[in-house]
Design a protein around this ligand. Structure first.
Ligand SMILES: Nc1ncnc2c1ncn2[C@@H]1O[C@H](COP(=O)(O)OP(=O)(O)OP(=O)(O)O)[C@@H](O)[C@H]1O
Length: 621
């Protein structure tokens, strides 16, 4: 939207789409805090800092602004009157918005020097990031006193004896968690992060006693419910966990109040001995900061997640920053003797960069336990940004009778003009779903539901969820017959929950299916090996789901996934998005899109600026 009242420097940036109307308004309000006229360079920099937060960064990396914003093949943005960076930095360093005015303490901006060049922050995010850094550094400066032999014994008790003498990263993760105050447990989907967490908790009980207080949390209600299911199943099957911890959202753990404040904080810390955060990649810096401030210094913190996945829509990608930071830090990194002994490892087991990461409490699981190698190989090539390799691995879709089935069909690229194969697969999916649902077989219905899912980058438009849902409904109606037209549920209808409902135990992003239930209908949701059944009147916010956004699919798994790519120039189409979509599948992936779109996705990264990866020096502090 164009801001009609804006006639200064921001107008052309607004007209070119670099700044939104809200960026302009917020920047003007921030600038007004100085009480004097603000130089154009400072005003523009302020608006770019506001824009940075809107697009998920905690700061703007000033010497990369034209690169990250203008060089997206957008001539209009490139032709804007971008000021020279050094002039902008000088103006900022002298600005009262950065230094504070003699008349008052207001300093809404923070300017810092870093190895990544000058960074400009809205001060709130600077403070949060600094707080995260300070607390993590303080926690890393000491280690829990542990008897290595006891830790080794507890690991063996919870993971079981092993004959394999090689380096086992899951066991090493447990040794790290026992001997560090903060552990980052990273890994792709299906690498056994949750499997390892369950065993780490059992190990902690052995080491710290059955009355150890464990806090389990995740950024979303659904992720928390999933964590709970896996830990609960582990506890039941292995009869090991005595403390019966309950997983909640991070907000709930911290006691969030309706006014946006929290019960927990530096003055009222959490009572736990061990806190586990799952799906940490989705945790924004604001919540990470609040969580860290609420921890006692002798609480072990285990941050679990996949740093390559899509991150929170709010500012900050703390997990990815911590993983990168672990690898990039160059000072000599020492592994603790207790860790070495408990994990029974020697230096020959890993590379220098892995050693540095371990010394900073970061361990990355690498072995996939869920899907075949081909999906893992494609995901790895996507992460590495190797588009040629991705295209090599992704076979063209072959139709019946098309000749020799030479290539591995696990991951295929489907020409958007030729989607007959996708159509028949989806009609087959809907047929199985209806058949299972009509007999009232809940287990078969949820199995059919998870056998295929269409994932789109966008919500609206031809390539989005709206367009594809219409298309799939059209195909199924044509081939399988119509369903109720008055908006009532029908047996075999796939549903998506769109808001958390703790009372019923369903969460935003959960999918379920309607089945026959005697003379009536019920909705069923998969919960680990169990099924949750709810009556229509118990469900508020649900919509039919024939396709869903990749964002919403985070944390879900399907046997088969069809990924719809938007055109190559869609800004949303990024490496992280493609990676997240592909890794939702266990057995098969179809990518509907052109080779150009696939290349564009692999090439475009979500650029999230932050100062957490490097050392900072505040200018004018
Ligand atoms: N060492 C192991 N031995 C046997 N099975 C394993 C091992 N590690 C993991 N698994 C199994 O592999 C599957 C995937 O593990 P898990 O769910 O813990 O992975 P994850 O990394 O948490 O995945 P996601 O991030 O997708 O939730 C599970 O069925 C788990 O039981």
């Amino acid at each position: 939207m164009i801001v009609a009242s804006e006639d200064g420097i921001l107008a052309s940036f607004n007209a070119a789409g670099v700044l939104t109307a809200s960026d302009v308004h917020v920047a003007r309000r921030v600038a007004a805090l100085s009480g004097t006229t603000v130089a154009d360079d400072v005003l523009l920099a302020t608006a770019l800092a506001v824009r940075a937060v809107r697009t998920g960064s905690t700061c703007v990396q000033l010497d990369r602004i034209t690169e990250t914003i203008a060089d997206r093949g957008d001539d209009e943005a490139r032709a804007l009157p971008w000021p020279p960076v050094d002039r902008m930095v000088r103006a900022l360093a002298a600005s009262e918005l950065v230094t504070g005015a003699p008349t008052g303490p207001l300093q809404p901006l923070a300017l810092a020097e870093s190895a990544d060049g000058p960074l400009l922050y809205l001060r709130k995010y600077f403070r949060q990031e600094q707080s995260v850094r300070r607390i993590l550094d303080a926690r890393a400066s000491g280690r829990p006193e542990m008897d290595a032999a006891a830790v080794g014994g507890a690991i063996e008790a919870s993971f079981g004896a092993t004959e394999d003498s090689g380096y086992d990263r899951q066991r090493a993760a447990a040794a790290l968690a026992a001997t560090s105050w903060t552990t980052v447990l990273a890994g792709g989907p299906g690498t056994g992060k949750t499997y390892t967490v369950a065993r780490i908790l059992a190990m902690m009980e052995t080491l710290l006693g059955d009355d150890v207080r464990i806090g389990l949390c995740a950024p979303t209600g659904r992720a928390a419910a999933q964590l709970q299911t896996v830990i609960g199943e582990y506890s039941q099957t292995h009869r090991r966990l005595h403390s019966d911890p309950k997983a909640v959202t991070v907000h709930r753990l911290l006691g969030s109040r309706p006014d946006g404040t929290f019960v927990r904080g530096a003055g009222n810390r959490l009572p736990f001995d061990v806190v586990v955060v799952d799906e940490t990649s989705m945790l924004p810096v604001t919540m990470m900061c609040r969580l860290l401030e609420s921890l006692r210094s002798d609480t072990r913190l285990i941050l679990v997640g996949d740093p390559h996945q899509l991150v929170s829509v709010e500012a900050g990608a703390v997990l990815a920053d911590l993983v990168d930071r672990g690898v990039e830090v160059t000072e000599a990194a020492e592994l603790s003797a207790a860790f070495r002994e408990a994990a029974s490892i020697d230096d020959g087991d890993f590379t220098d960069s892995e050693r540095t990461a371990l010394a900073h409490g970061v361990i990355t699981l690498r072995r996939g336990h869920r899907f075949g190698n081909r999906i893992g190989d494609v995901a790895e090539a996507v992460n590495a940004g190797d588009a040629d390799r991705v295209l090599e691995l992704v076979a063209g879709e072959r139709r019946a009778g098309d000749g020799e089935p030479g290539d591995d069909p696990t991951v295929t690229l489907v020409d958007p003009a030729d989607i007959d194969g996708v159509r028949s697969s989806l009609v087959g999916w809907a047929r199985d779903l209806r058949a299972a649902a009509r007999t009232g077989d809940a287990a078969a219905a949820v199995a059919a539901l998870r056998s295929h899912r269409v994932l789109c980058a966008h919500r609206d438009g031809r390539f989005g969820v709206a367009g594809w849902s219409r298309r799939i409904l059209g195909w199924t109606t044509e081939e399988l017959g119509g369903v109720s037209s008055n908006g009532d549920w029908y047996a075999g209808e796939p549903l998506l929950v769109t808001a958390n409902d703790r009372a019923q135990g369903v969460y935003n992003g959960d999918s379920g299916v309607v089945i026959a239930d005697g003379d009536s209908l019920a909705a069923v949701f998969e919960r680990g090996d169990d099924v949750k059944k709810l009556h229509p009147s118990q469900l508020g916010d649900v919509v039919p789901v024939y396709a869903m956004t990749i964002h919403r699919s985070q944390g879900s798994q399907f046997s088969e996934v069809t990924v719809v790519l938007p055109p190559a120039d869609a800004e949303l189409l990024t490496r992280e998005l493609l990676y997240t979509a592909i890794t939702r599948a266990r057995d098969r992936v179809r990518i509907v899109g052109t080779p150009d779109a696939l290349r564009a996705a692999v090439g475009r990264r979500v650029a999230r600026a932050s100062g957490l990866r490097t050392q900072l020096r505040e200018v004018g502090a």
